[in-house]
Design a protein around this ligand. Structure first.
Ligand code: NAD
Ligand code: UD1
Length: 331
């Protein structure tokens, strides 16, 4: 298939480009490089031996998107082009609502105008709010605590309403749990600007000596050891989930959790990292981070049954691959 990957230079998008190329698809990437670098495209080529067509364009620029769609006959679109920092979304709500919602509107409009039948959207487990675990696709959504989360709820709703009246389109809303790790080559991974907010990038920076110690946000949750529990999945498994969705979805809207179905606490992840890499990670327990929930993990039976996808890589691979990538970064 001929696939447009919006946000394809980013962390999850770049790994998905590799998975798509390896599965024999043709890939065009549109990215404004706001949170990524052009060099990523070279890394994709090194891994796969194949090039992608690249447009440095903002997806909210409808005229520029018209040009791209008119130059290709796409079979499908994957929409990763979002801003994703939760704290920043509280400080800059208008920028987040504009970027994340308008990008969805423009891409859906292009798919309607140019008859592109498959649409895969990057949603998040954050839409479940503080529901009872495991989170299952049929649950009513509880309110999210920040504008970022709301943009995911709104985009899902827009795409559901779109599908009601454009019933030849096949739409997958993929709710990611916590992607971590990197491509096993060490050529692709996650390199956030500034001090990382998320746990694994922070841990690899501690291991490298860029941060003095990990701050564990709370050990008084009702969990196995009092620290927060999440469903960490390898970014390459997540990438393969997108290929499965593109191949299998039929007309209508389909919602899938992409996770492993297993919960891991912060301290369990620290221990797994230490064992996998033979490195001690100094940490201190500090207060809870506002907006955090105690536990978040997926029920993955629907995606396994309908898409035939399950996460294959374990925590050891996630920790080794994340650390391999961090070591290759220059600073
Ligand atoms: P990322 O920031 O690494 O990648 C997003 C890419 O989109 C970047 O390359 C950025 O430059 C580009 N982009 C953003 N807005 C754009 C626009 N208007 N036009 C063109 N390009 C634009 O983030 P990621 O971790 O790869 O996440 C991808 C998607 O998955 C996002 O929508 C994010 O909200 C969602 N998601 C991520 C996680 C996670 O833990 N990383 C979890 C759940 C959902
Ligand atoms: C966060 C976002 C979520 C987003 C996801 C991916 C918040 C509240 N939630 O999820 O909306 O979809 O990132 O971008 O920001 N932790 C520490 N110390 C740290 C960092 C994290 O103890 O320095 C703990 C957290 O309290 C949590 C776990 O590690 O229990 C995972 O945190 P993180 O990686 O930030 O992911 P989420 O909070 O699950």
């Amino acid at each position: 298939m001929n696939i447009l990957v919006a946000g394809g230079a980013g962390y999850i998008g770049s790994h998905t480009c590799v998975a798509l190329l390896e599965a024999g698809h043709t890939v065009s990437v549109v990215d404004n490089l706001l949170n990524s670098k052009i060099e990523i495209l070279e890394q994709i080529k090194k891994i796969t031996g194949k090039a992608v067509v690249f447009y440095q364009v903002d997806v909210t620029n409808e005229a520029a998107m018209e040009t791209i769609f008119s130059e290709h006959m796409f079979d499908g679109v994957i929409h990763f082009a979002g801003l994703k920092a939760v704290g920043e979304s509280v400080a800059k709500p208008l920028e987040y609502y504009y970027n994340n919602v308008v990008s969805t509107l423009v891409l859906a409009k292009m798919c309607r105008s140019y008859g592109v039948k498959r649409f895969v959207f990057s949603s998040s487990a954050t839409v479940y709010g503080d529901n009872k675990v495991p989170f299952i696709e049929s649950m009513p959504l509880l309110s999210t605590t920040n504008p970022y989360g709301e943009t995911k709820v709104m985009s899902e709703r827009i795409l559901m309403d779109f599908a009601q009246v454009n019933n030849h389109h096949s739409i997958a809303l993929l709710r990611y749990f916590n992607p971590i790790g990197a491509h096993e080559s060490g050529l692709l991974g996650e390199s956030p600007n500034g001090v990382p907010n998320n746990l694994m990038p922070y841990m690899t920076q501690v291991a490298k000596g860029k941060q003095a110690k990990l701050r564990v946000f709370g050990n008084d949750y009702e969990t196995i050891d009092g620290t927060g529990v999440r469903d960490y999945l390898h970014v390459c498994d997540l990438a393969e989930g997108h290929v499965a969705a593109l191949n299998k979805i039929t007309a209508g809207v389909h919602i899938y959790n992409l996770g492993t179905g297993c919960g891991t606490s912060v301290l369990q992840l620290v221990e797994a990292f230490e064992q996998a890499n033979g490195i001690k990670l100094p940490y201190e327990i500090v207060g809870r981070r506002p907006g955090d929930i105690a536990e978040c993990f997926a029920d993955v039976s629907k995606v396994a049954q309908e898409l035939g996808w399950t996460a294959k890589r374990d925590l050891v691979a996630m920790c080794k691959d994340a650390w391999r990538f961090e070591q290759r970064l220059l600073s």
